[in-house]
Design a protein around this ligand. Sequence first.
Ligand SMILES: Cc1ncc(COP(=O)(O)O)c(C=O)c1O
Length: 356
Amino acid sequence: MVNLLAPGPVPVLKEISEAQTREMITHRSEEFSVLYKDLVMRLRKYFNAHEAYVITGSGALGLETLVLNLLTKEDKVVCFPNGEFGDHQATTVGVYANAIVHRGEDGKGWNLERVKSQIDQSNARAIAIVYNETSMGVKNQIKDICKYAKSKGMLTIVDGISAWPGTEFDMKEYHVDAFVTGSQKGIAAPPGMALIGLSQEAVEVFSKRTTIPSYYCDLRRHKKRFEKDCQTPNTPAVSLFWALQKAFDVLDQKGGVSGAVKRHHEASEHTRSRLAKMGFEMIAEKGFESNTVTGFVAKSEEQAKTIKSRLSKEFGIKIVGARGKFEKTGLRIAHMGNFELKNIDAALDAIEKIIK
Ligand SMILES: Cc1ncc(COP(=O)(O)O)c(C=O)c1O
């Protein structure tokens, strides 16, 4: 079996995988309503969200759903990308609204001090930011940033696709209006579902709109159908929803969201400390290190290639390269989902052997 340490899709536990093989049911049944209601109510609790929905589609569809329901071409939206996924977020915003983009440096994180003047000068309706920039392993300080943006009357839209549940988060405490995560990341279900959370203000914004530039992603339809009978407006990926329910059970058994944050945080510290002892530099600036994925820099492009290919061929361990400025020399080890520390250590032991 491959020891998959890529930042999503992550390995799926057998019990979660097997939950998909239940006998098919119609999504217009009482049984489906019970399943979907359970998912939605648990998500509301996990995120501390006013409303939550599961959208059949990948994380990017969830992000697009948030953007197109909350913003229009008249809205200025200040975006702070600092990596590939931030760039994608800014592009998505640009499709539906007026994106003002402040590109950060690869590997450097955003904190309030670094975004404050751009927020002040923007006169924007909203801010869009990525919580965990997966392409580098950088965690942005969204709590302070969103709190400040909110104090200026802005809507706050956060891509938490690779952050949750391994990174501390609470929608109300973090002043976040719209949040998305992907099923293939920290919750460690199969790919194909976007989990979204909304504040009361966000719900009021899309509920008041007369036109929304999508049919499938129109949250007014999702809300209406959920309020009618706890179902989805279109046919959902029913089998995946069973898997997600099992993944939530596993999360609860392992100490809930706070348990996940602790596990991920400890694994990230452990990974960084072992890599640093081997002489590697981390990609993430100090104080902005991701809980779920560690990016580090090899001594040369050749060494990066050798580590990646020998890990795969000789040890059956799959890691991926970093992106952007670190595309050639950067490597990433994910400690995301229901990982076991011994698998992370196996990769670190193997890297130690390879570089000797
Ligand atoms: C931070 C972030 N945003 C967006 C995406 C895109 O998600 P998906 O591939 O599920 O559409 C990813 C995927 O890795 C991601 O890590």
